[in-house]
Design a protein around this ligand. Structure first.
Ligand code: SF4
Length: 455
């Protein structure tokens, strides 16, 4: 189990020297126990203790970065079983399967689907993150040719090479040697060769219990013993597959794996989980994938992607991996909607993401270029922020004065949400020389409001 703050404190120098930025060693220990500070912030901890503390404070699911560059994805680093205890940290990766038996044209069109899968939702860019190239042909040159095509057409998309054949694995993985790929398919029969390839080409190794290959299998006991063997071969970055393919087995194994890692700090199972959700029926495949999203898969492999399916899976993933204790927020600033001029209207609202997107969307619909002042109210909506004393006349006046908007507009009119009409007089008192106009209560009234203002 992870050490408590007091247990960590006992190992610290106890000089209260403050070099870490905290007033006492105890305060530093408490922050370290919560994972909010790096152990390196204290320069006086002896190396052996540092190692002990680093191990004890490491997250139970190992963080691993898959891929390189802008499209690299971080997996693992999870610390809880339930998102109401603490948020889930790194959203699962969706990967599209590309079989090496496909024609060149079909491989190209699958690559295009992945590249064009990105959408924007509530301010976040969401996409199919990776490609899983499978060696269905069981033929070395076919896998090699497909790998070459992907390396050329989608050089920055993280890739999983799926094969149990070390010869095919080496030829394909070689082409992604500097891209931190995943080599999936290490099993008890090929362990040494696959581990050596993963080490040579700096790949993450995907391990699977022999039961997934049709053997009798010993479930998670067999898997954890195998992972210990893989670690003894010098492999540190691992993703694990229990071999489960049916929905109920995925749910059972993923839950047992996460529980063992988080509750028992059982290191052999403290790695990101890969789930193969492929099905002939896309609807069934989506349902299998949702189990992986909700219950602990770090990678979910899909056989096909379609817009409806992506939207459903992206939305679920976004919601599962959003901190339920922190409302989604946008940055406090003056946003330009369209290309506003010095005489364009100026609206104000709060920084709750949904509020921002609805208000900015309605201003855009009105086709009247405008400024939208978005004020930091800790992600609360207008009425809630007002009730909580965060969207008050004094704070609005101060924000407008400090925003610099007075340099961009020649009028002095601020449009406030109809729900806080009550603030108009008080804002006028605090913002000297400004006229406060009460806008519509609901954002969908903005186009009509702007039309009547401009005619
Ligand atoms: S730097 Fe180290 S010794 Fe100094 S107060 Fe912080 S934890 Fe204690």
């Amino acid at each position: 189990m992870a050490l408590t703050g007091v247990e960590i404190f006992k190992l610290l120098p106890k000089t209260n020297c403050k070099k870490c930025g905290y007033p006492t060693c105890l305060a530093f220990a408490m922050k370290l126990a919560q994972g909010q500070v790096s152990i390196d912030s204290c320069p006086d901890i002896p190396e052996d203790i540092k190692q002990k503390l680093a191990e004890a404070s490491a997250p139970p699911v190992k963080p691993i970065i898959f891929g390189v560059g802008d499209k690299a994805v971080k997996m693992g680093e999870e610390t809880v079983l339930f998102r109401h205890d603490k948020r889930f940290v790194n959203p699962c990766v969706f990967a599209l399967e590309i079989k090496d038996t496909l024609s060149e044209a079909d491989i190209n069109s699958k690559i295009e689907e992945v590249i064009n899968s990105e959408i924007e939702r509530v301010g976040q860019r969401l996409r199919i993150d990776a490609i899983a190239l499978t060696n269905d042909s069981n033929n070395v040159s076919k896998l090699n040719a497909a790998a070459k095509l992907i390396a050329t057409k989608a050089p920055d998309v993280p890739i999983i090479i799926c094969t149990g054949n070390p010869e095919a694995a080496e030829i394909a993985v070689k082409q992604f040697a500097d891209k931190k790929p995943i080599l999936y398919g290490a099993n008890p029969e090929n362990a040494e060769s696959m581990a050596s390839i993963a080490k040579n080409y700096k790949a993450i190794l995907g391990v699977v219990a022999s039961s997934a290959f049709g053997g009798s299998g010993g479930g998670l006991d067999e898997l954890s013993a195998f992972i210990e063997r893989i670690k003894s071969l010098g492999i540190v970055d691992i993703v694990i597959d229990s071999g489960a393919r049916k929905a109920k087995d995925i749910l059972r194994d993923n839950t047992l794996i996460r529980r063992a890692a988080v509750k028992k700090n059982f290191k052999p199972l403290g790695y990101p989980i890969i789930t193969f959700a492929q099905r002939g029926d896309s609807l069934i495949e989506s349902i299998i994938a949702t189990i992986g999203v909700a219950k602990y898969s770090s990678i979910i492999v899909l056989s096909s992607i379609e817009k409806w399916k992506n939207l459903a899976l992206f939305t679920l993933r976004q919601n599962i991996y959003t901190d339920p204790q922190v409302p989604m927020q946008v940055e406090q600033k003056i946003y330009k909607i369209g290309e506003p001029k010095p005489d364009s209207p100026l609206f104000i609202t709060t920084n709750f993401s949904l509020t921002y997107f609805i208000v900015s969307g309605e201003i855009e619909n009105s086709k009247v270029p405008s400024y939208l002042a978005v004020m930091d109210c800790e992600g609360l909506s207008v009425l809630t922020a007002w009730a909580a004393g965060k969207f008050t006349a004094a704070k609005i006046a101060q924000f407008i004065k400090e925003s610099g908007i007075e340099n961009n507009i020649k009028h002095r009119e601020l449009i406030i949400p109809g729900y806080v009409a009550i603030l108009s007089g008080a804002i006028e008192d605090k913002l000297e020389g400004w006229k406060i106009t009460v806008g519509p209560r609901e954002a969908n009234g903005i186009p009509a409001f702007l039309r009547s203002k401009t005619t």
